[in-house]
Design a protein around this ligand. Structure first.
Ligand SMILES: Cc1cc2nc3c(=O)[nH]c(=O)nc-3n(C[C@H](O)[C@H](O)[C@H](O)COP(=O)(O)OP(=O)(O)OC[C@H]3O[C@@H](n4cnc5c(N)ncnc54)[C@H](O)[C@@H]3O)c2cc1C
Length: 417
């Protein structure tokens, strides 16, 4: 049990990379902070991602011309996109908003708003890594996008050009040039794109643990409990009700990833965040070694060299958080990786599924509740939660201390849906 004291008490709900970074930031700013999670830090979606600090990905998911292609994607067994009619019907508002986000003018607005965050993402990650002793987790070997089918590379050219225009150097490479960058790239690759400056982490869980560890070392409190609801009353500080107690604080930060909408509902705000589930396999004895992080464009599969082996990941399965994993999706990921590396050894491979907290407009949800300013949201990061964790935490720190961020954060406000 805790209670507001000097205006500087905070509870952060969710110890994924986003919540851990927010808790660390608030502690650094002098708040008494309790970080509540039902599990250990970083064990949900933040555990299994592809590890990329993907600050070049300025293009939103819904792009002009995508909608007519969706039925074909859903029918293709190998395509990462999967959902069910029941899920779509239960989440019609999200789907309609997604459709609207693909209109040319809206897509351009979203790209600008994403760029504002992404262009600050690398520096913020560096500040967080230095402050938490995590600089050694970051690898600077660059990212390669590789293609066997040149037509698919051609289709990606516009978004690559957009990344380049927005400040991340992207070089078109022939198959041989790709092999010069990373000798493991096979002869079947005809072309690709190289992002030499883009970074990735060798272990996402290690990053979150280091951030959470630095938070507790600085006097922050990590509480293992399940939050059952958030209570708000005009004129009173918000209260977080857990299974084993409750916390009242000047600021409550909802950073519960794909579970955030369930916590946001009682105080009367609709957060359009749905679980977009991805799958990975860790291959401890892959039989080959990558130097760079590789995105295999023909099958939309990420391959990241990490501590403990090669991580192959993919999947955009729109399904409820508590629906059982469809492990066939993980097998499709390995099968896809074999289309690039036929001799890939999957002995001892692990399997994992995690839900990205995805918004229909590909923008995160960062900001204060319109009626309860003590409640802040830091969620909805979709495919970019690791990348945007540190800049999100800096914005949350600004909002909690009443400092106006030095760029416009209105595009991310929670009441935009
Ligand atoms: C396959 C895959 C690849 C990805 N690749 C990348 C990548 O390369 N780069 C990138 O930037 N992003 C990537 N992402 C996305 C990224 O992993 C997520 O955006 C990010 O992990 C979200 O972090 P989070 O802290 O918001 O959520 P989570 O990590 O899911 O954390 C939420 C926390 O809230 C806790 N919680 C929820 N409800 C409650 C409750 N009621 N009580 C107590 N605790 C609760 C959970 O236990 C959990 O620990 C990828 C995702 C996937 C699935």
């Amino acid at each position: 049990m805790s209670s507001p004291s000097n205006g500087k008490s905070a509870v952060v709900v969710g110890a994924g990379i986003v919540g851990a970074a927010c808790a660390h930031r608030l502690r650094t700013l002098g708040f008494d902070v309790v970080l509540v999670d039902r599990g250990a830090p970083g064990e949900a979606c933040s555990f299994g991602n592809a590890g990329r600090i993907a600050t070049s990905l300025v293009t939103p998911k819904a792009v002009p011309g995508l909608l007519p292609r969706i039925p074909g994607m859903l029918l293709d067994r190998r395509h990462p996109l999967k959902t069910s009619v029941a899920f779509v019907l239960r989440n019609l508002a999200w789907c309609m908003r997604f459709a609207r986000a693909g209109a040319p003018r809206e897509a351009a607005r979203i790209t600008d708003a994403l760029h504002v965050l992404l262009s600050r993402g690398d520096a913020a990650i560096d500040r967080l890594a230095v402050a938490t002793g995590a600089t050694d987790v970051i690898r600077t070997d660059g990212v390669l996008y590789v293609y066997q089918d040149p037509a698919l590379a051609e289709a990606a050219r516009d978004s690559m050009a957009e990344s380049d225009r927005r400040g991340t150097p992207v070089h078109y490479v022939t198959g041989d040039q790709a092999r010069d960058v990373d000798p493991a790239i096979p002869a079947s690759v005809t072309c690709g794109f190289h992002k030499p400056g883009e970074r990735f982490v060798r272990s996402p869980i290690e990053l979150t643990r280091k951030v959470a560890g630095a938070f507790t070392a600085a006097g922050g409190v990590l509480a293992r409990d399940e939050v059952v609801r958030l209570e708000t009353r005009a004129g009173y500080p918000p209260r977080v009700r857990c299974r084993n107690g409750s916390y009242e604080a000047d600021k409550v930060v909802i950073a519960a990833g794909a579970w955030s909408p369930g916590l946001a509902a009682p105080p009367g705000i609709r957060i359009l965040v749905v679980p977009e589930r991805g799958y990975h396999a860790m291959l401890p004895h892959a039989g080959m070694e990558l130097k760079t992080a590789v995105h295999y464009g023909d099958r939309l599969i990420s391959m990241t060299p990490m501590t403990g082996g090669l991580r192959v990941s993919s999947g955009a399965e729109l399904a409820d958080v508590d629906t059982a994993p469809d492990w066939k999706r993980r097998d499709v990921v390995i099968e896809g990786a074999r289309a690039l590396f036929p001799d890939l050894d999957d002995s001892g491979a692990t399997r994992w599924m995690g839900p990205r907290p995805s918004t229909p407009d590909s923008l995160p949800v960062i900001g204060a509740h319109p009626e309860h300013p003590g409640v802040l949201f830091a969620t909805g990061h979709g495919t970019l939660g690791l990348t945007l964790s540190a800049i999100t935490a800096e914005i949350v720190g600004d909002l909690a201390t009443g400092r106006v961020p030095d760029f416009d954060v209105a595009p991310y406000r929670p009441d935009r849906f």
